[in-house]
Design a protein around this ligand. Structure first.
Ligand SMILES: Cc1cc2nc3c(=O)[nH]c(=O)nc-3n(C[C@H](O)[C@H](O)[C@H](O)COP(=O)(O)O)c2cc1C
Ligand SMILES: O=C(O)C(=O)c1ccccc1
Length: 356
């Protein structure tokens, strides 16, 4: 079974409008396509005869030592995809030892998400993703909510000063959660009316001060998600970020940026090991993970495949997606003569049209 099977299965069960919401990207979906296509331009150059019998693919991540190298990227509104929603995703991620990045756009409150994760693992790692709110008091209240729930890191998404123009959603008129669903983590925040729980404010005014403010109200590690430029990567490390996620939001924000994996080497080079770098966007098979790790990522995030697994099979579907990716990656690692993630080095990746 490959992840493509889950994509097809999701299509058969989802409302076509919701299917489009998950699958779609911004503009002409150039970046959406580029993310996946980019991996086809990279090849792995294995080392041989290195004794790869006992392998360990665990990754040490902020607030998540010994985690799976596959992280569940934050995706909104899981209850639209399956009645068990984020609880199912949380149980599956915990069972597979994967970090779950839940967030402000969850249709289940963060405390309930963490409680569900604890049903299948003693110490699950759940990170909380947020957009810096125009009002610092609201951001601080959200951060406190995540801390109280037991999250072990924060992820601040910095690629969304404004919401992307998603062509399929505009065509379908999909802009709001249907009645009966809410972004539960917004409930009761200062200044948030109880009947407007679908509106997650983003602010084009945010800058590094907002990141510094968040660092000042929490002792949790703070990762920045959506960094593509190496200069921003250096700034992030200088300002105290605990990690970076190289991401173009799965092609859902600016439709003119490079494929995420193509931005990874420069970002990893810019931070030079000072802070861990993760990659998301277009990861669909184990060899994509191997390429990402060889190019300098410590782990990769997956968004849509998890959503499709959830839609197709609830908790078990998500478990199968995560397990399939890890099995394929472990197999690739063996074929490359590696015993651990660190055995995959930059010299073992060849990019089409370029010398090593
Ligand atoms: C349906 C959907 C909802 C998303 N919601 C969020 C979100 O609330 N916050 C965020 O930072 N990223 C969000 N993302 C982006 C993902 O975290 C991730 O960057 C992206 O999905 C990775 O690409 P992939 O889907 O090819 O794996 C969303 C992506 C999708 C597909
Ligand atoms: O759909 C998205 O990609 C996304 O990031 C988001 C953010 C806030 C609310 C809903 C979706």
């Amino acid at each position: 079974m490959t992840l493509q099977a889950f994509r097809e299965a999701a299509r058969t069960v989802l409302d076509p409008v919701h299917d489009d919401y998950v699958a779609g990207g911004a503009g002409e979906e150039r970046v959406l396509a580029a993310n996946e296509r980019a991996f086809a331009r990279y090849s792995l150059l294995p080392r041989v005869l290195r004794g790869a019998e006992a392998r360990d693919i665990a990754a040490d991540l902020p607030g998540a030592p010994g985690a799976s190298p596959v992280v569940v990227a934050p995706t909104a509104f899981h209850r639209l995809l399956h009645p068990d929603g984020e609880r199912a995703t949380a149980r599956a991620a915990a069972a597979e030892g994967a970090v779950l990045v839940t967030g402000v756009a969850s249709t289940t409150a963060v405390a309930d998400v963490v409680a569900a994760a604890r049903e299948t693992a003693a110490e699950p790692a759940v990170w909380f993703q947020l957009y810096p709110h125009p009002c610092a008091e609201v951001t601080a209240a959200l951060v406190r909510r995540a801390e109280d729930a037991g999250c072990s890191a924060l992820v601040v998404t910095v690629d969304s000063p404004v919401f992307g123009r998603r062509t399929r959603d505009l065509r379908n008129g999909f802009s709001d959660l249907p009645p009966g669903y809410a972004a539960e983590n917004m409930r009761g925040l200062p200044g948030t009316p109880p009947d407007v729980l679908t509106d997650i404010p983003m602010s084009p005014a945010i800058g590094w001060e907002e990141v510094t403010e968040i660092l000042g109200v929490t002792s949790l590690p703070v990762l920045l998600k959506g960094v593509l430029h190496p200069a921003d990567a250096r700034l992030a490390a200088d300002r105290g970020a605990a990690g970076l996620i190289v991401s173009n939001h799965g092609g859902r924000q600016c439709d003119a940026v490079p494929a995420a994996v193509d931005c990874l080497p420069a970002v990893a080079g810019a931070v030079a090991g000072r802070i861990p770098v993760l990659l998301d966007g277009g990861i669909r098979r184990g060899s994509d993970i191997a390429v990402g790790l060889a190019l300098g990522a410590v782990a990769v995030g997956v968004g849509r495949p998890v959503a499709w697994g959830l839609a197709a099979g609830g908790e078990s579907g998500v478990r199968q997606v995560l397990a399939t990716l890890c099995d394929e990656y472990d197999h690739t690692l063996a074929l490359c003569g590696g015993r651990s993630n660190a055995d995959l080095t930059g010299d073992m990746v060849v990019r089409e049209g370029l010398p090593w």
